[in-house]
Write a protein that binds this ligand. Sequence first.
Ligand SMILES: Cc1cc2nc3c(=O)[nH]c(=O)nc-3n(C[C@H](O)[C@H](O)[C@H](O)COP(=O)(O)O)c2cc1C
Length: 201
Amino acid sequence: MSNAIIYACSHRRGGNSDRAVELLKEGVQQAGGEADVMHVRNFDIMPCIACGFCDKSPQRQGQERCVLGEKDQAWELFRPMFTAKVVLFASPIYFYHLPSMFKTWIDRGQQFWKARLDKESWIDNLPKRTAHTVFIAGQPTGNKLFEGSRLTLKYFVKNFNMELAEPLSFRGVDGPNDLTKQAELEKHVIALGRQAWEEAD
Ligand SMILES: Cc1cc2nc3c(=O)[nH]c(=O)nc-3n(C[C@H](O)[C@H](O)[C@H](O)COP(=O)(O)O)c2cc1C
Protein backbone atom coordinates (compact mmCIF):
# COMPACT_ATOMS: atom_id res chain seq x y z
CA MET A 1 0.00 0.00 0.00
CA SER A 2 1.26 3.48 -0.85
CA ASN A 3 0.59 7.07 0.24
CA ALA A 4 -2.60 8.45 1.70
CA ILE A 5 -5.08 9.79 -0.82
CA ILE A 6 -7.17 12.86 -0.06
CA TYR A 7 -10.18 13.63 -2.24
CA ALA A 8 -11.23 17.28 -2.41
CA CYS A 9 -14.92 17.16 -3.17
CA SER A 10 -16.19 20.74 -3.45
CA HIS A 11 -17.11 22.52 -6.64
CA ARG A 12 -15.71 25.72 -5.11
CA ARG A 13 -12.03 26.30 -5.75
CA GLY A 14 -10.17 27.64 -2.72
CA GLY A 15 -13.07 27.19 -0.31
CA ASN A 16 -13.38 25.40 3.01
CA SER A 17 -13.02 21.84 1.73
CA ASP A 18 -9.90 22.76 -0.22
CA ARG A 19 -8.50 24.28 2.96
CA ALA A 20 -9.44 21.12 4.92
CA VAL A 21 -7.54 19.07 2.34
CA GLU A 22 -4.39 21.16 2.92
CA LEU A 23 -4.76 20.65 6.67
CA LEU A 24 -5.35 16.90 6.36
CA LYS A 25 -2.22 16.67 4.24
CA GLU A 26 -0.29 18.62 6.86
CA GLY A 27 -1.49 16.17 9.52
CA VAL A 28 -0.47 13.13 7.48
CA GLN A 29 2.97 14.69 6.93
CA GLN A 30 3.35 15.46 10.64
CA ALA A 31 2.82 11.75 11.28
CA GLY A 32 5.57 10.88 8.80
CA GLY A 33 3.35 10.00 5.84
CA GLU A 34 2.82 11.38 2.37
CA ALA A 35 -0.53 12.26 0.84
CA ASP A 36 -1.65 12.73 -2.75
CA VAL A 37 -4.56 15.06 -3.45
CA MET A 38 -7.22 14.73 -6.14
CA HIS A 39 -9.85 17.39 -6.80
CA VAL A 40 -12.98 15.60 -7.99
CA ARG A 41 -14.17 18.71 -9.86
CA ASN A 42 -11.16 18.47 -12.21
CA PHE A 43 -12.16 15.07 -13.56
CA ASP A 44 -14.58 14.37 -16.34
CA ILE A 45 -17.04 11.83 -14.91
CA MET A 46 -20.04 10.46 -16.77
CA PRO A 47 -23.08 9.33 -14.74
CA CYS A 48 -23.89 5.64 -14.29
CA ILE A 49 -26.51 4.85 -16.92
CA ALA A 50 -27.85 1.80 -15.06
CA CYS A 51 -27.32 -0.35 -18.16
CA GLY A 52 -26.60 -3.51 -16.16
CA PHE A 53 -23.38 -4.22 -18.10
CA CYS A 54 -21.37 -4.65 -14.87
CA ASP A 55 -23.94 -7.18 -13.65
CA LYS A 56 -23.61 -9.29 -16.78
CA SER A 57 -19.82 -9.20 -17.05
CA PRO A 58 -18.42 -11.36 -14.27
CA GLN A 59 -15.25 -12.17 -16.22
CA ARG A 60 -14.34 -8.54 -16.76
CA GLN A 61 -12.02 -6.96 -14.25
CA GLY A 62 -11.32 -3.38 -13.29
CA GLN A 63 -11.90 -0.72 -15.89
CA GLU A 64 -13.36 -3.21 -18.37
CA ARG A 65 -16.23 -4.06 -16.12
CA CYS A 66 -18.06 -0.77 -16.75
CA VAL A 67 -19.37 0.13 -20.19
CA LEU A 68 -18.11 3.69 -19.58
CA GLY A 69 -14.76 2.50 -18.15
CA GLU A 70 -12.55 3.94 -20.88
CA LYS A 71 -14.77 6.83 -21.90
CA ASP A 72 -14.10 9.18 -19.01
CA GLN A 73 -11.78 9.76 -16.06
CA ALA A 74 -13.68 7.92 -13.32
CA TRP A 75 -10.96 5.26 -13.12
CA GLU A 76 -8.23 7.84 -12.57
CA LEU A 77 -10.05 8.66 -9.35
CA PHE A 78 -10.76 5.02 -8.49
CA ARG A 79 -7.18 3.74 -8.77
CA PRO A 80 -5.94 5.15 -5.43
CA MET A 81 -8.92 3.53 -3.71
CA PHE A 82 -7.17 0.23 -4.46
CA THR A 83 -3.64 1.23 -3.48
CA ALA A 84 -3.76 3.92 -0.79
CA LYS A 85 -2.95 3.01 2.79
CA VAL A 86 -5.56 5.43 4.04
CA VAL A 87 -8.32 7.38 2.29
CA LEU A 88 -9.64 10.79 3.32
CA PHE A 89 -12.38 13.00 1.93
CA ALA A 90 -13.25 16.64 2.52
CA SER A 91 -16.66 17.61 1.25
CA PRO A 92 -19.23 20.34 1.66
CA ILE A 93 -22.89 19.56 2.19
CA TYR A 94 -25.16 20.54 -0.68
CA PHE A 95 -28.90 20.21 -0.07
CA TYR A 96 -28.29 17.82 2.84
CA HIS A 97 -26.06 15.60 0.73
CA LEU A 98 -22.80 15.30 -1.19
CA PRO A 99 -22.06 17.63 -4.14
CA SER A 100 -23.32 16.29 -7.45
CA MET A 101 -19.91 15.75 -9.09
CA PHE A 102 -18.77 13.68 -6.12
CA LYS A 103 -22.03 11.73 -6.07
CA THR A 104 -21.80 11.10 -9.81
CA TRP A 105 -18.42 9.47 -9.25
CA ILE A 106 -19.75 7.45 -6.30
CA ASP A 107 -22.62 6.10 -8.41
CA ARG A 108 -20.05 4.70 -10.82
CA GLY A 109 -18.95 2.52 -7.89
CA GLN A 110 -21.93 0.27 -8.61
CA GLN A 111 -19.54 -1.85 -10.73
CA PHE A 112 -17.59 -2.71 -7.55
CA TRP A 113 -20.67 -3.59 -5.58
CA LYS A 114 -21.57 -6.09 -8.28
CA ALA A 115 -18.03 -7.52 -8.39
CA ARG A 116 -18.02 -7.97 -4.63
CA LEU A 117 -21.33 -9.80 -4.77
CA ASP A 118 -19.63 -12.20 -7.21
CA LYS A 119 -16.72 -12.48 -4.74
CA GLU A 120 -14.20 -11.62 -7.43
CA SER A 121 -10.70 -11.73 -5.98
CA TRP A 122 -9.43 -8.46 -7.55
CA ILE A 123 -11.84 -6.57 -5.31
CA ASP A 124 -12.76 -9.08 -2.62
CA ASN A 125 -9.17 -9.53 -1.40
CA LEU A 126 -8.32 -5.88 -0.81
CA PRO A 127 -6.80 -5.26 2.64
CA LYS A 128 -9.02 -3.91 5.35
CA ARG A 129 -8.57 -0.14 5.70
CA THR A 130 -10.26 2.89 7.24
CA ALA A 131 -11.63 5.91 5.42
CA HIS A 132 -12.10 9.31 7.05
CA THR A 133 -14.10 12.34 6.08
CA VAL A 134 -14.51 16.00 6.94
CA PHE A 135 -17.99 17.37 6.21
CA ILE A 136 -18.55 21.14 6.05
CA ALA A 137 -21.99 22.73 6.13
CA GLY A 138 -23.02 26.37 6.05
CA GLN A 139 -26.07 26.11 8.26
CA PRO A 140 -25.82 25.90 12.06
CA THR A 141 -28.83 23.61 12.51
CA GLY A 142 -30.41 20.43 11.19
CA ASN A 143 -30.38 17.16 13.17
CA LYS A 144 -29.74 15.02 10.14
CA LEU A 145 -27.59 17.48 8.18
CA PHE A 146 -24.76 14.98 7.66
CA GLU A 147 -26.63 11.69 7.82
CA GLY A 148 -27.32 11.08 4.12
CA SER A 149 -23.73 11.90 3.19
CA ARG A 150 -22.35 9.66 5.92
CA LEU A 151 -24.39 6.65 4.84
CA THR A 152 -23.55 7.14 1.17
CA LEU A 153 -19.83 7.29 1.91
CA LYS A 154 -20.05 4.35 4.31
CA TYR A 155 -21.44 2.07 1.62
CA PHE A 156 -19.21 3.47 -1.13
CA VAL A 157 -15.97 2.76 0.76
CA LYS A 158 -17.24 -0.66 1.83
CA ASN A 159 -16.77 -1.69 -1.81
CA PHE A 160 -13.02 -1.32 -1.23
CA ASN A 161 -13.02 -3.13 2.13
CA MET A 162 -12.90 0.10 4.11
CA GLU A 163 -14.82 1.15 7.16
CA LEU A 164 -15.84 4.79 7.44
CA ALA A 165 -14.69 6.30 10.73
CA GLU A 166 -16.97 8.75 12.53
CA PRO A 167 -16.97 11.90 10.35
CA LEU A 168 -15.50 15.19 11.53
CA SER A 169 -18.42 17.51 10.80
CA PHE A 170 -18.52 21.32 10.97
CA ARG A 171 -21.63 23.47 10.97
CA GLY A 172 -21.94 27.20 10.31
CA VAL A 173 -18.86 27.23 8.07
CA ASP A 174 -20.19 28.96 4.98
CA GLY A 175 -18.07 31.72 3.43
CA PRO A 176 -15.04 30.54 1.44
CA ASN A 177 -12.60 31.58 4.20
CA ASP A 178 -14.70 30.60 7.22
CA LEU A 179 -12.60 27.60 8.13
CA THR A 180 -9.36 29.57 7.92
CA LYS A 181 -10.78 32.04 10.44
CA GLN A 182 -11.28 29.35 13.09
CA ALA A 183 -7.96 28.10 14.39
CA GLU A 184 -9.58 25.57 16.75
CA LEU A 185 -11.43 23.85 13.90
CA GLU A 186 -8.28 23.82 11.81
CA LYS A 187 -6.42 22.04 14.60
CA HIS A 188 -9.06 19.29 14.60
CA VAL A 189 -8.56 18.74 10.88
CA ILE A 190 -4.77 18.50 11.22
CA ALA A 191 -5.23 16.08 14.12
CA LEU A 192 -7.49 13.90 11.98
CA GLY A 193 -4.89 13.68 9.21
CA ARG A 194 -2.21 12.81 11.75
CA GLN A 195 -4.33 10.20 13.51
CA ALA A 196 -5.48 8.63 10.22
CA TRP A 197 -1.89 8.03 9.14
CA GLU A 198 -0.70 6.84 12.57
CA GLU A 199 -3.50 4.30 12.79
CA ALA A 200 -2.89 3.01 9.27
CA ASP A 201 0.90 2.85 9.49
C1 LIG B 1 -25.61 24.13 -4.02
C2 LIG B 1 -25.37 24.35 -2.55
C3 LIG B 1 -26.19 23.72 -1.64
C4 LIG B 1 -25.95 23.88 -0.26
N1 LIG B 1 -26.76 23.22 0.62
C5 LIG B 1 -26.49 23.31 1.95
C6 LIG B 1 -27.29 22.58 2.88
O1 LIG B 1 -28.19 21.83 2.55
N2 LIG B 1 -27.02 22.72 4.21
C7 LIG B 1 -26.01 23.54 4.65
O2 LIG B 1 -25.77 23.62 5.85
N3 LIG B 1 -25.22 24.23 3.77
C8 LIG B 1 -25.44 24.13 2.44
N4 LIG B 1 -24.66 24.83 1.54
C9 LIG B 1 -23.54 25.66 2.06
C10 LIG B 1 -22.18 24.93 2.00
O3 LIG B 1 -22.22 23.70 2.65
C11 LIG B 1 -21.10 25.81 2.64
O4 LIG B 1 -21.03 27.05 1.98
C12 LIG B 1 -19.74 25.16 2.67
O5 LIG B 1 -18.86 25.97 3.43
C13 LIG B 1 -19.16 25.01 1.29
O6 LIG B 1 -17.90 24.40 1.35
P1 LIG B 1 -16.73 24.73 0.30
O7 LIG B 1 -16.20 26.08 0.64
O8 LIG B 1 -15.77 23.63 0.50
O9 LIG B 1 -17.35 24.69 -1.04
C14 LIG B 1 -24.88 24.69 0.17
C15 LIG B 1 -24.06 25.33 -0.77
C16 LIG B 1 -24.29 25.17 -2.12
C17 LIG B 1 -23.38 25.84 -3.13
